[in-house]
Design a protein around this ligand. Structure first.
Ligand SMILES: [Zn+2]
Length: 275
């Protein structure tokens, strides 16, 4: 089940009970039942007296219209409902709902961050015909921001390059990633990030897949690459530890759904086929 995005409400589903992706800060409102979560319908929220500050139409999921709602930070909720982090939805909701919730969060985050014009400071208002905000004075236009980042699985024979980040709370190893700089191609970014973070040179860079990553607005663009030279030398800033790992000595890796894990799983599959 995947959200079909659109800016304008679809008349075919109008009047149907909508899915509400309601956020208080970075936390999303869910209904908790028997240890699992689900996204509430509008009819289930009507009696709660939650105050929505902003609302955006997102599109259609299955046959239900979907909305992103930004709640008042004072919002109080009864038993059966709870607020949870987006990352926790991974295991509970599956990929379709996680990506719809991530989209909702990105739209709300953009709206919150563009209450005023960054150029002249005047209030910004919604554009009429597209998802954008426009300055009421100088007419500067602000679209939802997306920050492209590359993520790459570097292979050396039957080994995969994995690294542990210094700042991450969860102590797992993952493939390398980094934000694209202005003026840089994706391939150049792959080479630079791997070199900067680990001292390794790569070749044969091939596209793998992409994934929106709503923390808060990255688009992860996945690649595979082959080792081309160099010895591992951690950068000491972002990377705490890096190493070459075989399927037999794999450390703790990220959870399912993330493209990082998909890259690692693809490597493991490939090794199975060749062994
Ligand atoms: Zn302005």
């Amino acid at each position: 089940m995947k959200l079909v995005m659109s800016f304008n409400p679809d008349p075919e589903v109008e009047g149907k009970d909508a899915c509400i992706f309601a956020f208080k800060g970075e936390q999303i409102l869910v209904i908790e039942a028997e240890g699992s979560y689900r996204i509430p319908r509008r009819s289930e929220l009507e009696s709660l007296q939650l105050t929505g500050i902003r609302e955006h139409y997102l599109g259609v999921l299955d046959t239900a219209p979907c909305y992103a709602v930004d709640l008042d930070t004072g919002a109080d909720i009864p038993d059966g409902f709870c607020f949870t982090g987006l990352r926790d939805l991974f295991e509970h909701l599956g990929e379709g709902l996680f990506s719809a919730a991530g989209y909702a969060f990105q739209i709300l985050h953009w709206d919150r961050m563009h209450q005023f014009c960054g150029k002249c400071g005047a209030p910004a208002e919604y554009a009429y015909a597209e998802r954008a905000k426009v300055c009421t004075e100088c007419r500067a236009v602000y679209y939802p921001r997306i920050s492209p980042a590359v993520i790459v699985a570097v292979k050396k024979g039957s080994q995969l390059l994995l690294a542990r980040n210094k700042q991450r709370k969860h102590k797992f190893y993952s493939v390398l990633a980094g934000f694209v700089e202005p003026g840089e191609t994706l391939e150049e970014c792959v080479k630079r990030e791997v070199r900067e973070e680990t001292g390794i040179k790569v070749k044969n860079i091939r596209y793998f897949a992409s994934q929106p990553w709503p923390f808060p607005n990255a688009l992860m663009i996945g690649f595979t690459a082959d080792y081309a030279g160099g010895e591992i030398r951690e950068d000491g800033r972002e990377i705490a530890d890096a190493g070459w790992f075989t399927p037999e000595n794999l450390p703790r890796v990220p959870g399912p759904i993330s493209i990082a894990r998909k890259l690692i799983d693809a490597f493991l599959e490939e090794q199975k086929d060749t062994s």
